[in-house]
Each structure stands twice: as structure tokens, then as C-alpha cells.
Design a protein around this ligand. Sequence first.
Ligand SMILES: Cc1cc2nc3c(=O)[nH]c(=O)nc-3n(C[C@H](O)[C@H](O)[C@H](O)COP(=O)(O)O)c2cc1C
Length: 217
Amino acid sequence: MTDKEAIRARHSVRNYIDRKIEAEKVELIREKIRELNEEGDLHFQFMEDAGNTFNRLMNRAMGLGSAPSVIACVGPKGEDLEERIGYYGEQLVLYLQKLGLNTCWAGTFNKKNIGAELEPGEEIVISIAVGYGQTQGNPRRTKTVEQVTECQKEMPDWFRTGAEMALMAPTAINQQKFVIRLNEDDTVDFIDKGGVFSRVDLGIIKCHFEIGAEETE
Ligand SMILES: Cc1cc2nc3c(=O)[nH]c(=O)nc-3n(C[C@H](O)[C@H](O)[C@H](O)COP(=O)(O)O)c2cc1C
């Protein structure tokens, strides 16, 4: 499965079957996390047993309590931490999709119960539920390319595909509050229009846009 196929196949999944992730896959996930942590200066942690991470009323109502495992998105405090977590966390989400697993980013979770290790100066920003879904999730409402882009010249195909892939990205409460701007000199700016977890969203958007803008299928 290519990255683009993984983007098309992914939807948030909140209800999971009672099946643990196989040991070989757990090892692959841990290896991928080591790689991404190094590249992004992060401290993501795979918690094989999600335990009571999703014991909040909201989680129980949404079904996330059935997730067998969870990723704790931890990193050193700083200006761009949330955006980096979004960018590298979404690479992990797409990798998990390729392994046949389902996921859901979750800002609502129990920060104590997740059991993550925090080094001095680190914080936990968000979590990602992981497991085998009861379903593969569903497509949802989306804005259009025109609604989330600004172009200072005619829109090239690579930019349109990038924006289309960005619109398939998960955003908190499906807010899609971002603008992708194409400048005269072909540089691209990503603009955050605010909202809950919008910096994490922006990192996720960048990850999807880059995959879309590449020439490979
Ligand atoms: C930063 C972020 C935080 C999120 N927090 C939650 C959450 O706390 N609970 C939940 O059920 N879904 C959460 N989601 C999932 C979004 O609701 C979901 O991505 C959005 O509705 C779009 O649907 P899709 O992921 O199926 O494309 C979150 C997503 C993101 C990106």
C-alpha cells in the first residue's frame, strides 16, 4: 500500500474488536516510533495495553474505550511541539494503516492513566488510539479545495492533489480550519485559522499535502 492509498483508506475508527496487536507488528511499530522520534526530536511511546486511558465519559460515549493500544504523543516543550507531533504522528498513523490497523487521534483521554514516561521538560500533547476496528470507518463531510486554498497563480496539478490529500486528513472535530497558499514563486504556506488542537492539525495537513504533491502514486 502506498502512502496515497493509505490516506484514501484511513478514517477515524472508535470501536475496536477484542484482538491484541500481534508481537511482530508491535516490534515494527516500536521500530517506526524510534525512527520518527529521532527524526522529529520527539518521545512518542507505544502503550501496548491502553488500560484506562479512555475512561472519560466522552470516550466511553464515543467508543474509544475499546481500543486495545494507544500511542502517547510526548515531546520537549516548545513553540513548534504540537505541529511536529501532528506531522510525525500522522506518518505513524499512515504506517499503522499500512499494517492493517485502525486509529483515531484523541485529544480527550486520561493523561495519568496512559502511563507515559515524561523526562524533565517534556509534556504529553495528545494520544492516538490503535487497534483492529469493528469497521474501517466512514467518509465524512469535507470542505472543497477552493475553500481551503489561496493561489497567486493558476493552480498546478501537484498543488491540487496536495490540497485534496490535505482534505482527507483528520482534524480535531473535523474543523478543517486551515488555508494552503500557493505563492508566485511556487512556495507554499500553511496557515492556521485557530481552533482546538489547530497546531496539531496543521502538522497533519503538511504531512498529507507533501504526500499528495509528490509525483508518485
Ligand atoms: C488533533 C485531533 C484531536 C482529535 N480528538 C478526538 C477526540 O478527542 N475524540 C474523538 O473521538 N475523535 C477525535 N479526533 C478525530 C476527529 O474527530 C476526526 O479526525 C475528524 O472528525 C475527521 O474524521 P476522519 O478522521 O474520519 O477523517 C481528533 C482528531 C485530531 C486530528
